[in-house]
Design a protein. Structure first.
Lengths: 295, 238, 219
């Protein structure tokens, strides 16, 4: 039948075209599903926080920026070089503590550049980059508060970000020490701090680094907020990506190691934290040195 | 990406308990908001049918304002804005001395929002009873209060039953917005389970089924009430 | 936390305006999708074969019994997990709204169709139109004319519902306001401003629907 032979030929042609096109499309992507996905869309999707200055936030000029974002740009550069796509687009997707892991796991986001603590439990779901910041859970309170440690807030109301490592640690402490602290859920750093500022809660348990920055820069009036307490947890920050893509994971590790080795990371730290009067802690400096794995 | 299904998550400890506590909060928010919405809604619906212009105006303004702003924003206004506009002592009481501020904020916000919708149902119900009836009541010497009490409201209440059923269901569904001000009701809890176990699909399926079950129960209950209170010959319903 | 200066308004206005545009985009696309899908569901429920009609009824009643927030979260967080294909916040919100609002639109359209007299359908089929053509050219146009005001009222409700994309962080007007308010620390001023904007828009919308209704009655 002429019809069927036409379809046969057309089908063969399509198949041929597809085999020829496939390697061209995935040029440099190798076996990596994430790189393939990025190559196909000609865009890399970055997950960012909206109000976690200076790590990852939207500026008044509506730009997504911050320390974590700048570090991720090193990964973007590496992806551009690998795929030979210098004009690769960058798409930004806002995330929060309740949806960030789901969005990385379900592939909406190629790399998450925020303030996520690298934990083994989370490594069951997602892959992490090397560690680029170290902090721990502390508590933001109003300057007038006489509490010194989280235990002094026994029976009080303390805000946490839903789904954060701070929430989990405070919940555990609450149970083991019978503190009777009432947890109040906030959406982001700004909201949590505002709950303290507007006297809705007595404290806001969050990553010490972040709330120190907030107390130093955003408190209205100046000096009305302070950070108290020992570090309740150890919170090392990493960027998240989808699990099970060794190629992409290696690319990210390479980009980070290079950034640590060239002391670029330290410069970025200085760029974002210097103006706030915060100098790099020795632990983080050591972490940079240790993670600068040789080529 | 392979999703590891585990349907035991929503029915195992402690997550089953979380879901049940979420369900309890959903019912507590919806129930209390419903009481406010029903009482206030009926009152405003009646206001809108009274012969006094001023009363009708008040009712109309209330309904317009509360129907023109999204419920989510109304909740934010009650939670973040209103306390800041009040005198410091009152604000302090709302924020600190009032137990469960997130709960009461949700109840008030949802109640006042729904009252505007219920008011419209009552107004329509009373107007559906008809001018004739209210004039007949007046002609037979009843005062305005009596004509509402004995003639208009008993009939109108039966007219508004079916739309009230769907408004009640709306309250249950809209109570999910309480999660935005930090109350862990059913939807909030399923999100919490998702965050801890990463088994979101199972948790959300369980919550979805609970909502469907709530709806079916409410519909069945309202049908039963409609049958009991039906006036023979007036509202022929099978 | 009260006062707000002009610089701040000028600095944040473009961001809020973008948000408002996103809200309207979502509204118009979800209206188009929701009304189309709603019309199909309504016709299937009234004139479709029994099993299909039952399916459509289950769809409508099922969706009407779950909260919109749930539907939005389902499409944003969970569908991609199950299918392995991620969809962006806007697309997922649009799909969620279309599928959700279709259930509500379909109930309005069904009532509209049922208000068109049976003789019309009979006359149309008698004059040689197929059942489908009769609905397409005779019944639906009349039904739509009758129910336009109610469809528009529902769309005002839909516009307010678009604020719920806040839960997935899609930058509509509400989210833009919230992000700005939290960043600038001016919750009171920004939320009041947002309330004013929604009030003016929805009030104008509702008034227009009233006028339309009146002009339709007088015709």
């Amino acid at each position: 039948m002429p019809g069927s032979s036409f379809f046969c030929r057309a089908g063969l042609g399509l198949l041929l075209a597809a085999t020829l096109a496939a390697p061209a499309m995935a040029l440099g992507a190798g076996e990596s599903p994430i790189l393939k996905r990025i190559a196909e869309r000609n865009a890399i999707t970055i997950g960012h926080r909206e109000a976690s200055a200076p790590y990852s936030f939207i500026s008044r000029e509506q730009r997504v920026e911050g320390y974590s974002i700048d570090l991720c740009m090193k990964v973007v550069d590496a992806v551009k070089a690998r795929l030979e796509k210098p004009d690769l687009q960058i798409k930004y997707v806002p995330i929060n503590t309740t949806n960030r892991i789901a969005l990385v796991a379900n592939g909406t986001i190629d790399i998450e550049c925020g303030t996520t603590t690298n934990t083994l439990a989370r490594q069951e779901q997602v892959e992490f980059s090397p560690i680029f910041y170290i902090t721990g859970t502390q508590v933001l309170v109003s300057a007038a508060n006489s509490a010194k440690e989280v235990e002094d807030l026994k029976g009080k109301r303390v805000a946490v970000l839903q789904g954060s490592s701070n929430e989990q640690s405070l919940r555990a402490l609450n149970d083991s020490e019978k503190l009777g602290i009432e947890l109040v859920y906030a959406k982001d750093l700004g909201e949590g701090a505002l709950l303290v500022a507007s006297d809705r809660v007595d404290g806001f348990a969050a990553d010490g680094g972040q709330i120190k920055v907030f107390a130093a820069t955003k408190a209205q009036p100046k000096g009305s907020l302070k950070v108290i307490g020992r570090l309740l947890t150890y919170d090392p920050y990493s960027a998240m990506m989808q699990r099970g893509d060794l190629d992409f994971s290696l690319l990210v590790k390479r980009a980070f190691a290079e950034t640590f080795r060239s002391s670029e990371a330290e410069k970025l730290y200085e760029k974002w934290f210097g103006p706030l009067g915060i100098t790099i802690e020795p632990e983080l400096k050591t972490a940079f040195v240790i993670q600068a794995i040789p080529r | 990406m392979i999703y590891h299904w585990d349907w035991s998550v929503p029915i195992s400890a402690p997550y089953l308990g979380w879901l049940m506590s979420g369900l309890a909060w959903t019912l507590l928010v919806a129930g209390a908001a419903w009481v406010i919405a029903f009482v206030l809604g009926a009152a405003i619906g009646i206001l809108r049918t009274l012969p006094h212009r001023g009363a009708r105006m008040i009712g109309a303004v209330y309904v317009t304002v509360f129907r023109s702003v999204p419920l989510l924003l109304q909740l934010f206004l009650w939670y973040f804005v209103v306390p800041e506009l009040l005198p410091a002592s009152v604000a302090h009481w709302i924020k600190r001395d009032l137990p469960l501020p997130e709960y009461w904020t949700s109840v008030i916000g949802l109640g006042l929002f729904t009252a505007a919708r219920i008011a419209e149902q009552f107004r329509a119900g009373i107007q559906a009873v008809g001018r004739g009836q209210s004039m007949a009541a007046a002609a037979s010497g009843l005062t305005l209060l009596q004509s509402y009490r004995y003639v208009l409201l008993p009939v109108a209440a039966r007219y508004v039953l079916p739309p009230l059923t769907s408004e009640f269901l709306n309250v249950v569904k809209n109570s999910s917005l309480a999660l935005t001000i930090g109350l862990l009701e059913l939807t909030g809890q399923s999100r919490q389970i998702e965050g801890v176990t990463f088994h979101g699909i199972e948790a959300f399926t369980a919550a979805t089924l609970i909502y469907v079950a709530l709806t079916l129960t409410a519909i069945a209950a309202m049908r039963a009430i409609e049958r009991v209170v039906a006036i023979p010959g007036l509202m022929a319903r099978v | 936390m009260g006062g707000i200066d002009l610089d701040l308004i000028a600095a944040t206005a473009p961001f809020l305006w973008d948000g408002l545009c996103t809200s309207f985009q979502l509204l118009l696309l979800a209206m188009a999708g929701g009304i189309s899908l709603g019309a199909i569901l309504a016709v299937v429920r009234i004139a479709g074969p029994k099993p299909l009609a039952a399916l459509a009824a289950t769809y409508v009643n099922g969706l009407r019994s779950i909260p919109l927030i749930m539907v939005i979260l389902w499409f944003y967080l969970l569908m991609p997990l199950a299918t392995g294909r991620p969809i962006g916040a806007f697309t997922s919100a649009l799909v969620a709204f279309t599928i959700f609002e279709a259930a509500y639109y379909s109930e309005i359209i069904r009532a509209g169709i049922q208000s068109v007299s049976k003789q019309q359908l009979a006359a149309a089929t008698a004059s040689g139109l197929s059942q489908l053509q009769a609905y397409r050219f005779v019944v639906l146009p009349q039904a739509f004319r009758k129910m336009t005001p109610i469809l528009l009222s529902q769309s005002i409700a839909l516009f307010q519902d678009t604020s719920l994309v806040y839960v997935v962080g899609l930058r509509d007007f509400m989210t833009a306001v919230s992000v700005t308010a939290n960043r600038e620390g001016h919750l009171v001023a920004f939320y009041l401003f947002a309330a004013l904007v929604y009030f003016v828009l929805c009030c104008t919308g509702a008034q227009s629907v009233q006028l339309l209704k009146k002009s339709m009655v007088s015709q």
